[in-house]
Ligand binder design. Structure first.
Ligand code: HEM
Length: 219
């Protein structure tokens, strides 16, 4: 007897697990970025660039470093759970692939003409997909470069491969810049299209059928 999964448990656009991981990630990123600014100020990378105390987590470098390590576990464990969930349920592939350059250019054109409708919440536009993939790669790269900065002797090969200790610090800083740039655009868009924000809080519309598994074809 065949079982219609959609009748038993219709999927939500953002299942509870994804919502919990998304908001945990947002909190972890907030801790990582603001505590990172606290550590940075002790040993600046770009001369003249400082972060005001008001935007730093931790009154000086040592408490900021403690926050950074605590946030790092939250970010890494939660991020790993999100990636494993996304790969094994097929959700990442279903939501974020394929990306066609033609669609990216068209979406950029539409956005420049202030046409940023998001009628069908169940489909991410090409720029959204691209930005999500960029930020996921940036998050992974931050964990890797952070580990190299933390244990440069134990991971000396990795440090050398990425150009030396100061180069890895710069790469870690650039990764943060990419993530902050993403968050500014991402939060602005979710305010401009508040239905998406409500969906990320409540689960959003129900989807027909199960997710496409990684082993299945997608047309
Ligand atoms: C307060 C801050 C944030 C708000 C208000 C917010 C809001 C949202 C909303 C509304 C969506 C759904 C978009 C849609 O359905 O069109 C979403 C998805 C997403 N957000 Fe955020 N977000 C925040 C922070 C972050 C941060 C810090 C990151 C990563 C650095 C992030 C990464 C993502 C990703 C990757 C998705 C796609 C999730 C998926 O479908 O698997 N968000 N966010």
């Amino acid at each position: 007897m065949s079982i219609d999964r959609t009748e038993i448990a219709p999927r939500r656009l953002h299942p509870l697990s994804v919502r919990v991981m998304h908001w945990t990630n947002a909190a972890a990123m907030f801790i990582m970025i603001t505590s990172g600014w606290g550590i940075y100020d002790d040993y600046v990378i770009i001369p003249g660039l400082h972060f005001a105390q008001a935007v730093r987590l931790g009154s000086w470098a040592v408490p900021s470093l403690l926050w950074h390590f605590a946030g790092m576990w939250l970010l890494a464990v939660n991020g790993l759970a999100y990636l494993l969930y996304g790969v094994f349920t097929g959700r990442l592939r279903e939501r974020m692939l394929p990306i066609r350059w033609r669609d990216v250019l068209q979406t950029v054109r539409d956005t420049l003409h202030l046409r940023i409708e998001h009628d069908d919440l169940t489909v991410y536009n090409a720029v959204q997909k691209l930005l999500y993939i960029v930020v996921i790669v940036a998050g992974i790269s931050q964990v890797v470069t952070g580990l190299l900065i933390w244990k440069p002797v134990q991971f000396s090969t990795g440090v050398a491969l990425l150009g030396g200790f100061q180069a890895v610090r710069l790469e870690h800083f650039l990764g943060m810049t990419v993530i902050v740039g993403f968050v500014v655009v991402h939060v602005a868009l979710s305010i401009l299209v508040p239905r998406t924000l409500w969906a990320m809080l409540s689960g959003g519309p129900r989807l027909p059928g199960p997710a496409v598994r990684p082993s299945e074809g997608q047309t």
